[in-house]
Design a binder for this molecule. Structure first.
Ligand SMILES: Cc1ncc(COP(=O)(O)O)c(C=O)c1O
Length: 422
């Protein structure tokens, strides 16, 4: 018998009490059999806002009418286009506006940041990383170690985990103590992409700093998903992409954060013309005069078209604010968690094991589920019945009900689809 909690009318009731439910209508939800699909893949690629081109249209129009003059005369001058994203991106992560800049893709930015902030010595050269580090991050760390003349095989300290990849935080803190004299850098994902575990960014940073270790985070799965106070927590650097929870479209630009304490120390940075002071940038002189904010890390002139879509999507986060999104996120994730537990109960099985930590402060929108038996069959069944989620070897299904556009009805429909599978 179907569980009453996941009856569609019960879910409709929950949606009617949700003040954020109006925002769903702002988004294009991919269709399945002419109906809205159940889109739980916003942790991979966020959905498109219906008015995604609000600023894009303006930039296209300015380009059409002004050509090159748009650099200085467009409604939002392209030469400073990144600044139109500063307020909203800094508020999103608890930063000052001079600590953020939007540019490039995420992996490129992580390389730029590690070039500045991974400064190993003969004694202190190791990097502490989480298990299941996203492969791109691993390649970045390995190649940066090599670039500095060290051997990646003995320069990365991986945090131990349980068999599913979940880290015990106390073990993590004592590992920092154990390796404190060898660590040059702690570099962790704020939310692990595989397990969905949220790390205690403030505490890791504090412990790292007690031992003179630079602390940076990849926030690809954290920005727009969890509470971030990067300035107050004194995080040294961070970067995130705009296309997951932030809905700016495939492969779109990334934002970096560099704490003003670090900016003031004037660390080495790779230089190019967009990091040069604007005042005399176009004199095209030989001497590089960097901007003394995060903008000084810029290399190329701003990709205005992509940024204009990001600008439009990030403004919605600014309008709603993270506290409301987080409150709904907790309810929605808990509802999905009960749907999965209810499935096990109904089928008298333990086939679905949620590996994401259960405490709200240790998880965001994403639940990762280890499926003991018939995992790929279940995943394929769900996919061919209009459920978007993703599959990671060996047997993990990741799903993220996103508070901005997912509904309680989505979760109820998911449950009612799942129980028909096996
Ligand atoms: C945690 C994490 N880091 C880095 C990347 C790489 O992002 P990009 O391809 O935008 O450089 C991704 C992409 O999904 C990611 O999830």
């Amino acid at each position: 018998m179907n569980n009453i909690l996941f009856d569609i009318n019960a879910a409709k009731q929950l949606d009617s009490q949700d003040e954020l439910s109006v925002y769903r209508n702002d988004f294009n939800i991919p269709k399945f059999n002419q109906q809205d699909s159940i889109y739980f893949a916003g942790n991979s690629l966020g959905l498109q806002r219906k008015n995604y081109d609000f600023y894009l249209k303006q930039e296209m129009e300015d380009w059409k009418k002004m050509g090159v003059e748009g650099h200085f005369k467009a409604k939002t001058a392209w030469v400073n286009y990144h600044q139109s994203l500063e307020s909203a991106t800094s508020r999103l992560v608890g930063a000052k506006t001079n600590e953020v800049v939007t540019m490039n893709g995420l992996s490129v930015n992580l390389h730029l940041l590690l070039t500045s902030f991974y400064q190993p010595t003969k004694e202190k050269y190791k990097i502490l990383c989480e298990p299941h580090l996203f492969p791109s991050d691993l390649y970045i760390v390995q190649s940066q170690i090599q670039l500095n003349g060290f051997n990646p095989d003995n320069s990365i300290v991986f945090i131990p985990s349980d068999s599913n990849g979940v880290v015990d935080e106390d073990q993590l803190y004592s590992l920092i103590e154990t390796h404190k004299d060898e660590l040059a850098l702690i570099f962790i994902g704020g939310v692990n992409y595989y397990t969905g575990q949220v790390f205690n960014i403030a505490k890791i940073t504090e412990i790292g700093h007690q031992h003179n270790i630079i602390v940076g985070f990849d926030l690809a799965h954290a920005a727009g998903n969890i509470d971030l106070q990067l300035h107050d927590w004194e995080v040294d650097f961070a970067a995130w992409c705009s296309y997951k929870y932030l809905n700016a479209g495939p492969g779109n630009v990334s934002t970096v954060f560099i704490h003003e304490k670090q900016i003031k120390k004037k660390p080495f940075r790779l230089s190019a013309w967009w990091g040069h002071k604007l005042k005399n940038r176009f004199v095209l002189q030989d001497k590089f005069e960097p901007i003394h904010t995060a903008e000084g890390w810029q290399l190329s002139n701003a990709p205005v078209l992509g940024m204009s879509v990001y600008r439009n999507s990030i403004e919605l986060f600014d309008e709603i604010g993270m506290p409301k999104l987080i409150a709904k996120r907790n309810r929605l994730t808990a509802y999905l968690e009960s749907a999965i537990k209810e499935y096990n109960k109904l089928k008298s099985t333990n086939n679905f094991k949620i590996i994401t930590p259960g405490k709200p402060e240790e998880r965001g929108s994403q639940l990762s589920v280890f499926i003991e038996n018939n995992g790929e069959y279940i995943y394929d069944y769900l996919k061919s019945n209009g459920v978007f989620l993703d599959w990671r070897e060996p047997n993990v299904m990741r799903m993220a009900p996103v508070p901005l556009y997912n509904s309680f009805q989505d979760v109820a429909k998911f449950y009612n689809t799942l129980i028909k599978c096996i």
